[in-house]
Write a protein of this length. Structure first.
Lengths: 377, 302, 184
């Protein structure tokens, strides 16, 4: 099944009660599949066919306030229309699960994949994860529901547009009974209930807001350990292990390629083929918010160079992952150079040969820090 | 009459689109776009929003448009067009016709706020909604323009569209804008007359065109004009004008026929039962009666 | 790892053919990765679908530019861009009707032809605009490549064909027998 099919399957198995989604390429088959599940009675949910993505997330916020489990999916322009409400859901501490199928932002129109859409939302206070395969999409969405409800934070699962959403591959579908045990129904502590009325979100003084934001940061710090615990539980039920940072074949290597999303799969194939000969290993980042500082630092121990491949660009600054990684290494005193590479923006293919050329350039030496290597140049 | 230009001469006028669009065979919106541009003439600038109208116009480095053309974000056709016209006005180029060209998705749904705002301010643009009754470009998902009983991918056979089509012209009428009209690709002379009339009016003008879509309505591509005609004749999509939001004027249409011919000609309605069809007939008759009453009251001043 | 490209026009069932092949290979325990061409597609426009097949997991992800097998649903496409940039050793299967001009291909390719259109027409497999040649092409591929057996193909067709399952299976079986290599 495709990545989108797997995502829709996960959403169905999690048994959300309110789904609000607006179609946008390359998310559309998720919205369609869920509509079909509801129409056929396979998913007992109220599906709101909203008229825009702003309304999609607003409706999810509403549903979540009722104490229901909610779900939405979008992409690029649609995610941008959710921007205000991502802040809102975070500040309101609501466990909304949002699947974002990554796609380049207009203008001009482009159906290619890059991560600017989701990374533009990194400051909104949502947990953010990246998947590589359809299996990961299915599994990580199930994990997301549990994590969101545990931490009371909106959780975004990112899937590469076309390269993951539309690629068909083998997927292991878990048993519904096991999913039900792993992810029991939501028990909302605070909700809109006439029997126990609260007012939510009214104006606060500066001091109160300051405190609330500090609380979110503390809860984000704890979210990392919750994530690890939940992944542990997931492993016990489904025998698949997920981590915030996943090193692959880095022992005794000099260079680490650091990637996220489907590019990690190509990088893995490259490392399998030529990693030994060229001294290259792979570090894949799954969890981006909260940023897994300690895990990344540990993964980089013993390596001499980090080559971060950003499938994104913060114009006027550079690749976003490389900025964050550099900052972490500076904090932790790890003095290895972080080399910034930008590749795959707009959906341009990044092949094994491209990775080989990149590694070649890095091995040729010279001081590449402070420069950005635009792959394909 | 229509400015003294005979229809024969009109049809012979220069095309303002190049051939080779990305449209499906039988696409209603391309026919509409061609007529609309011809009627507006060269001194026109087009704002189009996400949807088939944007994609069929071509991908870089190609375009079908011989007039200036801008692709804007999905919900903002009216606002972007209003801004463009304001800019032209301030630069002494106020004679340029600014056309906002959007589908039912970008008009009835995500673009409704922007549309209402521009209409309420009486921004000086021509807004033409090409209505193919669903989000066709993303693969046939329902919109609030999808009619009762229609199949789409989000209203599958087990759960067909159960809400009536949104009355966009009634919403526009409530804004008391100078000119509203409905038009059909199957009545090109009427369509072009209305565009030319709109061209001569200042303020916010709204034209609603039904554009049959073989891909989403599920019928053979060669039937587009025939289906557009039966939509009008059955009064499922009647042709009329609304002046200043108050005076309704019915356009010439042939004698009224039953909805059957229209409904059975399209695969998207194959899930309708006899009961559903008579319900639809009832609703159409009700609406037609209402329109006749509205037309009879003239400009509503006595 | 084998890379396969299917090329045809929107409406000819190219994507469904790739799904049938994927399902057939998957049944034999292979790892399959399949995907369609991307972008704004309209009826009648050239479309392509792709597959990678391997004994072990395929982790790489990007487009296929140098397929090992090229399955062409419409012989008119052969002299179009579909042959641009393919590697010289590619094997090609073309839906070729004897009444049309032969496909122009170089000596180094293995070329197989099958009149899938006639097979489909005889079984009444058509839409208003196109003959449904996809199941015949898939059957032809099975014989020409020897990479997948007819039994798994017919089972996959049974699973995935939306209508006329019997006729589609028959088309695959007939094409399996009728496909032949062109020796230049």
């Amino acid at each position: 099944m495709t990545g989108n099919d797997a995502a829709a399957m996960a959403a169905k198995m999690a048994k959300p009660q309110v789904v609000a989604a607006y179609p946008i390429t390359p998310q559309t088959s998720i919205a369609e599949k869920l509509a079909s599940y509801v129409a056929r009675g396979e998913l007992n949910a109220h599906y709101i066919k909203v008229e825009s993505e702003t309304s999609a997330l607003a409706a999810c916020i509403g549903g979540s306030l009722a104490g229901a489990r909610v779900f939405t999916a979008t992409s690029s322009q649609g995610l941008a229309l959710m921007h205000e409400l991502l802040h809102w859901a975070s500040g309101a501490r609501l466990p909304v699960v949002i699947v974002n199928v990554n796609r380049s932002m207009a203008a001009p129109w482009s159906l290619g994949i890059d991560h600017n859409d989701s990374l533009s939302q990194r400051d909104t206070g949502c947990i953010q994860m990246y998947c590589e395969t359809a299996q990961e999409a299915l599994d990580n969405i199930l994990i997301a529901f549990k994590l969101a409800e545990k931490t009371l934070m909106p959780t975004m699962i990112c899937m590469d547009g076309f390269l993951l959403s539309h690629y068909s591959e083998p997927v292991d579908i878990p048993d519904q009974a096991d999913v039900d045990r792993f992810l029991p129904p939501r028990k909302a502590k605070y909700k809109m209930d006439p029997k126990n009325p609260f007012t939510f979100g009214g104006g606060v003084s500066p001091t109160v807001l300051f405190g609330l934001r500090k609380r979110i940061q503390d809860d984000m710090d704890h979210a990392l350990s919750h994530f690890q615990k939940i992944c542990g539980q997931f492993y016990r039920y489904f025998k698949r292990r997920y981590r915030a940072v996943e090193p692959f074949d880095t022992k005794g290597k000099e260079i680490a390629l650091i990637t996220n999303g489907t590019l990690s799969g190509t990088a893995r194939a490259f490392v399998e083929q030529a990693g030994k000969e060229k001294g290259v290993g792979l570090i894949k980042i799954r969890l981006f918010r909260p940023f897994p500082r300690r895990e990344l630092t540990m993964a980089l121990k013993g390596l001499k160079k980090a080559v971060v491949i950003d499938r994104n660009l913060s114009p006027g600054s550079g690749g976003i992952f490389s900025q964050e990684i550099r900052a972490v290494l500076y904090e932790t005193g790890q003095k290895i150079p972080v080399i910034s590479a930008i590749g795959g923006i707009g959906g341009v293919d990044v092949t094994i040969e491209d990775l080989d050329r990149l590694v070649q350039r890095v091995r040729e030496g010279g001081n590449l820090t402070g420069e950005t290597i635009w792959m394909g140049d | 009459m229509d400015g003294g230009l005979s229809m024969a001469k009109f049809h012979a006028k220069e095309e303002l689109i190049y051939p080779g669009s990305f449209a499906c065979p039988g696409c209603g919106l391309m026919i509409a776009f061609r007529h609309v541009l011809k009627a507006l003439g060269k001194n026109t600038a087009v704002i189009t929003t996400a949807g088939c109208g944007s994609v069929v116009a071509g991908s870089y480095p190609q375009t079908i448009s011989k007039v200036p053309f801008f692709h804007c974000s999905f919900g903002t056709a009216a606002a972007t067009a209003a801004g463009l016209k304001a800019g032209f006005d301030m630069m002494g180029k106020g004679s340029i016709n600014v056309l906002a060209w959007a589908g039912d998705g970008g008009t009835f749904d995500i673009g409704l706020q922007s549309l209402s705002g521009a209409a309420e301010r009486n921004d000086d643009i021509i807004y033409v909604c090409y209505d193919n009754e669903a989000y066709m470009n993303t693969g046939v998902q329902r919109s609030s323009g999808t009619p009762l009983g229609a199949w789409t991918t989000t209203t599958p056979i087990e759960s067909l569209e159960n809400r009536p089509k949104k009355r966009i012209t009634a919403i526009m009428a409530a804004h008391e804008i100078p000119y509203i009209a409905t038009a059909s690709v199957s009545y090109p002379d009427d369509l072009k007359k209305k565009i030319r009339k709109a061209k001569g009016i200042k303020g916010f003008r709204f034209i609603h065109i039904l554009v049959p879509c073989p891909t989403g309505w599920l019928y053979p591509a060669s039937d587009t004009i025939r289906i557009g005609r039966s939509a009008v004749l059955s009064r499922i999509f009647p042709l009329f004008e609304i002046i200043h939001g108050k005076e309704y004027r019915l356009s010439p249409m042939g004698a009224k026929i039953s909805v059957n011919e229209y409904l059975i000609s399209q695969g998207r309605f194959r899930g309708l039962s006899e009961k559903d069809i008579s319900h639809i007939q009832e609703k159409v008759d009700e609406y037609w009666f209402e329109l006749k009453m509205l037309a009879a009251r003239g400009d509503g001043r006595h | 790892m084998i890379e396969i490209k299917l090329s045809g026009r929107g409406g000819q069932g190219v994507v469904l053919a790739s799904q049938i092949l994927a399902a057939a290979f998957f049944r034999t325990g292979k790892w399959v990765q399949s995907f369609p061409s991307f972008g704004a597609e309209r009826r009648g426009a050239p479309v392509a679908a792709f597959l990678r097949v391997d004994a072990k997991e395929i982790t790489l992800r990007y487009g296929i530019t140098q397929p090992d097998w090229l399955i062409i649903f419409d012989s008119n496409l052969v002299n179009n861009t579909v042959m641009d940039g393919v590697k010289p050793e590619v094997s090609v299967i073309v839906n070729w009707s004897p009444s049309t001009q032969g496909p122009k291909l170089s000596l180094r390719q293995r070329v197989f032809v099958v009149d899938a259109t006639s097979i489909a027409e005889a079984l009444n497999l058509r839409t208003t605009s196109f003959s449904i040649v996809n199941t015949a092409m898939v059957g032809a591929f099975a014989k020409a490549s020897g990479l997948i057996d007819l039994d798994n193909i017919t089972k996959a067709i049974g699973e995935l064909a939306p209508i006329k399952k019997k006729e589609n299976v028959a088309a695959a079986k007939e094409a399996y027998v009728k496909v032949k290599e062109v020796l230049l």
